[in-house]
Design a protein around this ligand. Structure first.
Ligand SMILES: [Zn+2]
Length: 383
């Protein structure tokens, strides 16, 4: 299932391979997010062409629409969306966080009120695993409780206890043929809770392990700390997945901390605002600077958008609201995230990851928001 091929002696970064019923995933891997059975604005042929080996789906959202009757009749999620490769499905645990206003946490699961029409949906360990079985996910995630980063110590403890209990129940449910199930470690930035949760979930012997409770509004330093305090309790021979992360620079830093799998909505989300990722950070394409720039979004990029179109043309498309504009930026951004992973893997294989990491971080200018958050964290540390 997961083979650990090489570990970087300098950093702990890992080169690996995850084998699933729908194909092989080379790790570290970036998984484009297809919450609603579509990676926004990209079709499966484009995803294949840019080297995506696995994509994400979401239990809660697919269960609300189109609903399990349709997905069952379609023959599962792969068939429905015509994606032949591996799929990992989130269990709906993240929606316990993101839809906090329309759900109630109960001992056996979570009662949601549909964000569309208010109709009830109950998701617990049994329901989430049954849905993921019917979807035919190659990798299913256990149903967990993801609390906000600023919750009280009591809430954090309760979430960890429920997450452990629910993981045990998920472990017992039926699976699709060949389906792997990953456990999830919660515990926020509390080292004792992270350790307790990791040890209990690892004792249940899942096929891989995710670090959850990150990407929930915490500071970058807290996110890195949460990953660092979880890693030592995870078995080296199993895949490690950091849920919902991150920016390209964060992914390089997380890979250096032994993370094998990533998912993030950023490449397609910021594409819709006309923002492109490059090795020097992000830039806004709609600005006047690109008006007469007859060069690609990023020089040397091998993506379809950069091989055929100029910044000036893409800026024009975005400014006149032509759909092709956001499609081209989505293609470039998603390709860029996948390319960063290819680079990480190539440098791990060649034994040059340390130099690559230093150069990447030195060149990558974080957004003003990230820099401001870092400055606030440094000031708080100094106090
Ligand atoms: Zn490109």
């Amino acid at each position: 299932m997961f083979e650990l091929l090489k570990t970087d002696p300098e950093s702990g970064a890992r080169l690996g391979r995850l084998t699933t019923p729908h194909g092989v995933v080379d790790t570290p891997a970036f998984m484009p997010v297809g919450t609603q059975a579509s990676v926004k604005a990209l079709d499966p042929r484009e995803l294949r062409e840019m080297g995506a080996q696995i994509i994400l789906g979401n239990t809660y959202h697919l269960c609300i629409r189109p609903g399990m009757d349709i997905l069952r009749a379609a023959g599962g999620l792969h068939q429905f969306m015509s994606w032949p490769g591996p799929i990992l499905t989130d269990s709906g645990g993240f929606q316990v966080f993101s839809l906090a206003g329309i759900r109630k946490v109960k001992p056996h699961g979570v009662e949601f009120r549909s964000h569309l029409d208010g109709s009830p949906l109950f998701l617990g360990p049994k329901e989430a695993m049954e849905i993921q079985r019917l979807l035919g996910a190659d990798v299913a995630m256990v149903f967990d409780e993801c609390p906000p980063h600023d919750c009280s110590a009591r809430e954090a403890r309760a979430a960890v206890e429920r997450t452990i209990r629910w993981a045990g129940e998920c472990r017992e449910q039926a699976r699709a043929p060949g389906q792997q199930v990953f456990g999830i470690v919660q515990g926020g930035v509390n080292p004792a809770l992270r350790e307790e949760c990791a040890k209990a979930v690892v004792a249940l012997e899942f096929d891989g392990y995710a670090i959850g409770g990150v990407s929930v509004g915490e500071a970058e330093a807290d996110m890195l700390r949460a990953v660092e305090m979880t890693g030592p309790f995870l078995p080296p021979a199993k895949a490690r997945y950091a849920m919902g992360l991150g920016t390209p620079a964060q992914m390089v830093e997380l890979a250096a901390r032994g993370v094998d799998m990533f998912d993030c909505v950023l490449p397609t989300r910021v594409a819709r605002n006309g923002t492109a990722f490059t090795r020097r950070g992000t830039f806004a394409i709609k600005g006047g600077a690109c008006k007469a720039e007859f060069r690609p979004l990023e020089d040397g990029c091998g993506c379809f958008a950069c091989r055929h179109f100029t910044r000036a043309y893409i800026r024009h498309l975005l400014n006149v609201n032509e759909i092709l504009g956001l499609r081209l930026v989505s293609i470039h951004n998603t390709h860029f995230f996948l390319q960063v992973m290819r680079d990480i893997r190539a440098h791990l294989a060649a034994g040059t990851f340390g130099a690559f990491r230093r150069e990447f971080i030195a060149n990558y200018v974080p957004t003003r928001r990230v820099l401001a958050a870092r400055a606030r964290a440094a000031a708080a540390d100094a106090c």
